[in-house]
Design a protein around this ligand. Structure first.
Ligand SMILES: NC(=O)c1ccc[n+]([C@@H]2O[C@H](COP(=O)([O-])OP(=O)(O)OC[C@H]3O[C@@H](n4cnc5c(N)ncnc54)[C@H](OP(=O)(O)O)[C@@H]3O)[C@@H](O)[C@H]2O)c1
Length: 247
């Protein structure tokens, strides 16, 4: 991807963890990064720290569960830049609860953020992305999303019962990624939009009480790779830093 003007990239949930590392790495690669945060203060603080280090980073308030907030963020991007080149759907939540205790209502918060939130942002940002020469969408998924891992008896994925809802949300994200990619390829107006799902591995962040074994910087590498993939790159895939991940 070699546009003559800076690449405009939006990362949701970028005030900390993997999103913050992704924002920093994209900015280090020359992107103008819109650091998405649902809390204006946390976003301003995180963006301020990166900007102080000389990086082109600006905070954008965006709560992906809120239609008005996402619409306002899109209006801001439109007003300031007129297009969006990279969208990283990173914001996500994990609520641990064993399957036997989960009611239908208990599922809603994770689906609202991880699945409906991702679609809400894609839907709102697509008109801006289609104006880009080489638009890229990365949906941050998880190793726990795959049937391959979940059905490998004895593996940590087959035994992490309390990620019941979370894993299902990320499986839904994977399928929606594939469905978007297929539809975009068949639409002359959107055929240039590449969309992929990426897993960062098990990263030490608030999400897992910092139990992860990888740093946010390590986890962000694959996300950034697919956010910046060239025009000859794939679309509709699921990847980690070593390549394709089985569904
Ligand atoms: N850590 C891992 O091992 C791992 C593995 C695979 C996938 N992932 C995925 O990586 C992504 C980032 O997670 P993380 O590990 O970096 O966790 P994290 O440190 O808890 O960060 C999550 C981010 O999402 C934001 N967020 C939550 N709900 C939001 C909403 N409604 N609107 C906007 N932002 C919202 C949080 O904002 P606040 O600060 O305001 O809460 C925070 O910035 C998630 O999609 C997660 O599922 C993580």
């Amino acid at each position: 991807m070699v546009p003559s003007t800076p690449i405009i990239a939006l990362v949701t949930g970028a005030n900390k963890g993997l999103g913050l590392a992704t924002a920093r790495q994209l900015a280090e690669r020359g992107c103008t990064v819109l650091l998405g945060s649902r809390d204006a203060e946390r976003g301003a603080k995180a963006a301020g720290e990166l900007a102080e280090a000389g990086l082109a980073v600006r905070p954008v308030r965006i709560d992906i569960t809120d239609d008005a907030s996402v619409a306002e963020a899109a209006a801001f991007v439109d007003r300031e830049y007129g297009r969006l080149d990279v969208l990283v759907n990173n914001a996500g939540v994990l609520v641990r609860r064993p399957p036997a205790e989960v009611s239908a209502d208990d599922l809603r918060p994770e689906f609202e953020t991880n699945v409906f939130g991702m679609v809400r942002v894609v839907h709102e940002m697509l008109p801006l992305l289609r104006r880009s020469r080489s638009p890229r969408i990365v949906n941050v998924s998880s190793d726990s999303a795959t049937f391959a891992n979940a059905t490998e008896q004895g593996s940590m994925f087959a035994r992490s019962h309390d990620s019941f809802a979370y894993s299902a949300t990320k499986t839904a994200v994977n399928m929606l990624t594939v469905k978007y990619a297929n539809a975009f390829l068949d639409d002359p107006e959107l055929a240039h939009v590449k969309i992929n799902a990426v897993t960062p591995g098990y990263v030490a962040t608030d999400l897992n009480g910092f139990q992860g074994v990888r740093s946010p910087d390590q986890g962000a590498r694959a996300v950034v790779h697919w956010a910046m993939v060239g025009d000859d790159g794939e679309t509709g895939g699921f990847f980690d830093e070593n390549g394709r991940v089985p569904w």
